[in-house]
Design a protein around this ligand. Structure first.
Ligand SMILES: [Ca+2]
Length: 490
């Protein structure tokens, strides 16, 4: 399935202000219906459940202060078992396409974003980007009348040509977004000042819609993105055309940097953990500032982390980003607003969900339809927001960690994990053959805990556990069989 997009001209994009861009977009989209809610996805970068207070993962270790998220959890719907991929880019690709990296459910198609695009490679043509022809969430939202806008981190594409300093990279406009504001191609090198704009050597190209004169002020990056989001929401509040806003925060990803003093209460933060505490608290406070401007009667808001907390600051370093251990993939997820039934506010959901479910969920919320025959892995969890005793929308899922990026062979890491709604989970290191079987729900909350068994475990398992193990192994073998040039022997 191929989708054709009009290629926006870089130079034109560079001199257009956002609302000019939006004006042309809105004229070409079909008339939006007033009952179609806006959708805002706030994605935190590198925030696992261990640093979000209300999850209470480590009773003996202090998480970051998140008073606003904690308060929202009592008024929003909070998911206790939400998962993502263990690093940035695969999670973002899964949200945008509704598919896991390996999938291959349709004629061998997959997005193949199996690892984070590297900073050093973001400008070189041999790194792997999200493929240009895949159908994205903004692609399916456009015919439903939606305008899609990205504020913040992208991390899914590099240049399409030879000269990475001047050629166009595989940017969000090529992925279907209608407009961009304050953000960056990948991570940022500093949270203060114009150096952010130089991250990965691509200058102010991405930011041209934010500041066409190229004059950048010294300010805190997080606050600048929140300012952009507030400005956008205010500009759209009198429109009857719906929008999808992806507010893709860089926070609290490294560099671990002390935020402005008015945004946190950490006294003299000096260690990485203390700075991370301050960054999470600042993010929590700035999200609250943004949400004050959002009309939840017309808008559905989703807040999620993109992967687990990094090793340097995780409360358990063995359960951290880049790992398929629970702490590497178990993320906060909160939903509120138009799509949540009144009787479900404050409810905790124990059904498992995974990042590519966001695609299907947002599509259902907005009334967007997939092109005929197009298949995705994600399943809409909207029923869980509408009905108190709705059954789980999925009972199992698979996550992966494969390097190098792109599913092109010569792998140095192929790790898969499958988990079910009962909390049973199998890790498989395909290159070494190591297999471990866990009861995640039975372990300390939010950790894998001790494995029930390893490598030769079926022999010693009780019958019920053995059935669970066998099913998870079956899922893993299916996933592994789809890896091009797979190194494994199922
Ligand atoms: Ca991340």
């Amino acid at each position: 399935m191929t989708i054709h997009r009009e290629k926006n001209d870089l130079a034109t994009r560079g001199i257009c202000a956002l609302m000019v861009l939006l004006g042309s977009v809105l004229m070409t989209n079909k008339s939006g219906a007033a009952e179609q809610p806006n959708v805002i996805l706030i994605l935190a970068d590198d925030l696992g459940i261990d640093h979000v207070g209300f999850y209470g993962v480590h009773q003996d270790r202090r998480p970051s202060r998140t008073p606003n998220l904690d308060r929202l959890a009592s008024d929003w719907v909070a998911f206790d078992w939400a998962y993502a991929f263990p690093v940035c880019s695969p999670t973002r690709a899964s949200i945008l396409t509704g598919r896991g990296p390996i999938t291959g459910i349709e004629n061998g198609e997959h997005h193949g974003v199996t690892a984070a695009l590297k900073a050093a490679d973001l400008g070189t043509p041999d790194e792997w980007s999200l493929p240009l022809d895949l159908i994205t969430l903004p692609d399916v939202l456009r015919p439903a009348g939606y305008t899609s806008v990205l504020i913040g981190k992208w991390h899914l594409g590099q240049t399409t040509g030879e000269n990475w300093r001047t050629d166009r990279f595989w940017d969000p406009l090529l992925a279907g977004f209608d407009a961009l504001r304050t953000g960056s191609k990948g991570g940022i090198s500093t949270y203060y000042g114009p150096a952010e704009y130089e991250a990965y050597g691509w200058g102010n190209v991405f930011f041209a819609t934010h500041d066409p004169n190229g004059v950048h002020r010294e300010e805190y990056s997080l606050s600048r993105k929140i300012d952009s989001a507030v400005e956008f929401v205010n500009a759209m509040q009198n429109e009857d055309l719906p929008y999808f806003l992806w507010l893709s925060l860089h926070s609290p990803h490294r560099p671990y940097t002390v935020p402005p003093v008015h945004l946190h209460r950490v006294a003299n933060p000096t260690t990485r953990l203390e700075k991370y505490h301050a960054m999470v608290e600042a993010m929590d406070q700035e999200i609250a500032r943004f949400l004050e401007k959002v009309d939840l009667s017309r808008t559905t808001v989703i807040f999620m982390g993109d992967n687990g907390t990094p090793t340097a600051v995780a409360l358990d370093p063995d359960e951290a980003k880049a790992s398929l251990a629970d702490g590497g993939i178990h993320v906060p997820l909160l939903v509120a607003g138009h799509s949540v039934a009144d009787g479900l506010r404050g409810r905790r959901i124990s059904a498992p969900v995974i990042s590519h479910d966001l695609f299907a969920t947002v599509a259902e919320i907005t009334g967007a339809e997939l092109p005929a025959g197009h298949q995705i892995d994600g399943r809409s969890f909207l029923p869980l927001l509408k009905t108190r005793n709705a059954p789980p929308t999925r009972t199992e899922f698979v996550v992966s960690r494969v390097r190098p990026n792109g599913l092109r062979g010569n792998y140095d890491r192929v790790r898969l994990a499958a988990q079910n709604a009962d909390g049973f989970k199998v890790h498989w290191d395909v290159l070494t053959g190591e297999i471990e079987f866990f009861d995640v729900h039975g372990a300390a909350y939010g950790t894998d805990g001790d494995p029930l068994c390893n490598t030769n475990c079926p022999d010693g398992l009780p019958l019920g556990q053995r059935a669970q193990f066998d099913r998870l192994i079956e899922l893993l073998e299916q996933e592994e069989s789809k890896i091009p040039n797979s190194p494994g022997t199922p």
